[in-house]
Design a protein around this ligand. Structure first.
Ligand SMILES: Cc1cc2nc3c(=O)[nH]c(=O)nc-3n(C[C@H](O)[C@H](O)[C@H](O)COP(=O)(O)O)c2cc1C
Length: 353
């Protein structure tokens, strides 16, 4: 398994929408961790180009992440009502709102390319692909990880044949990985989920959500995870494609919150005006709302107007540092070893053994 080939059990989370780059993935893999490309929102052609770029930069294993197709389309009326609500904002910014279309993010074409030109690892979020897709990836030599947010999803993904599970706690930045958004969606924190899933499934777990220090890496490994997956912690690295407004928000100590305002799917970001003004009106309608707000968000990034940008961030974003990714991986590993040593010493000093 890929875990046996990793000198350092630290995974750079796939970070769709810009922050993930081939340079970031290659730097993390080259340092002994596991880098990821985020192929969600990318065309199949760009995905293939990015894979080629990573291969040119490192011979170490890396992963490619895809969005599993979500149920839909959403009801037209709710989307139209939300579009009307956003219209004055678009006029103010001098842009047209995007076409709120439903699509499958070219999932089948991307799988097709990955079967023809396999990579060591493919991970999924927003759902678990069929057992047939997982087994065809296995046949070409690719491991598959599925992102889950509760025990029921963990059992479904194990039954479909996933090699490992990314257990994503609600501390995590960006979109929640649950299979179905809406009422009754899970809200487990990462440590709760590592323990609960660990008691119910046999495949390895990769812990994600709110992990930004070596001590937190140590905590999830001690709780039984095979590796820690960090997203926000890598977003201020020079190799990341994170926009300037986003970098500034990450460096602040402002609070984060979950919202559907930007994409129609629950995601965590630094709270800004757009979230405050529109969160309550946003329907469950992904990817329609993602396409609807895309021109607003792009204009906001261009003009440095953070009020309308989706500032995805995990709860511990203020601990993210602008270090080269390889240095960050090495530092996290060193601090994790130190934290485990201190914890071990505390336990062995106990008078109540
Ligand atoms: C900007 C951003 C983009 C993300 N894009 C993806 C993605 O494309 N695919 C995915 O599986 N997870 C994505 N995530 C979630 C991460 O994989 C991971 O679960 C999360 O970053 C972990 O929490 P942390 O940010 O607190 O470390 C994204 C997270 C952020 C912050």
């Amino acid at each position: 398994m890929i875990f046996d080939r990793l000198p350092i059990p630290i995974v750079q989370a796939p970070l769709g929408g810009g922050p993930s780059t081939p340079a970031l993935a290659a730097a993390v893999s080259g340092a002994g961790g596991l880098g990821f490309l985020a192929a969600g929102y990318r065309s199949p052609r760009v995905m293939a180009e990015e894979i080629a770029t990573v291969r040119g930069l490192t011979g170490r294993p890396f992963g490619v992440n895809l969005f599993a197709p979500v149920p839909g389309p959403a009801g037209r009326e709710a989307v139209e009502r939300y579009a009307a609500r956003l219209e004055p904002e678009a006029r103010r910014m001098g842009v047209n709102l995007g076409e709120p279309r439903f699509d499958r993010d070219a999932f089948e074409e991307k799988i097709d390319r990955l079967l023809r030109d396999p990579v060591p690892l493919v991970s999924f979020t927003f759902g678990c692909p069929s057992a047939a897709i997982i087994s065809s990836l296995r046949e070409v030599g690719s491991e598959t990880w599925a992102t889950v947010t509760d025990v029921e999803e963990a059992e479904l993904a194990e039954a479909a044949g996933a090699s490992a599970l990314v257990v994503q706690g609600l501390e995590a930045g960006g979109h929640r990985g649950f299979f179905v958004d809406g009422k009754g969606a899970s809200d487990y924190s990462v440590l709760a989920l590592v323990q609960l899933a660990g008691a119910r499934v046999r495949i390895p777990l990769v812990a994600a959500g709110g992990i930004s220090t070596g001590g937190a890496v140590a905590a999830v490994l001690a709780a039984g995870a095979a590796a820690a997956q960090l997203g926000t912690a890598f977003m201020r690295c020079p190799e990341a494609g994170t926009s300037e407004v986003h970098r500034a928000a990450l460096a602040s100590s402002r609070p984060t919150s979950l919202t559907r305002a930007f994409s129609g799917r629950s995601a965590r970001g630094v709270v800004n005006r757009f979230m405050r003004d529109y969160d309550l009106d946003a329907p469950v309608a992904y990817p329609e709302v993602h396409h609807l707000t895309a021109p607003l968000r792009a204009r906001g990034r261009e003009e440095g107007d953070e009020d309308v940008v989706n500032l995805w961030a995990g709860q511990t974003h203020e601990l993210a540092r602008p270090l080269p990714a390889a240095d960050l991986v090495r530092e996290l590993a060193r601090d994790a070893r130190g934290a485990l040593k201190v914890a071990g010493e505390r336990l062995s000093r106990s008078h109540f053994r």
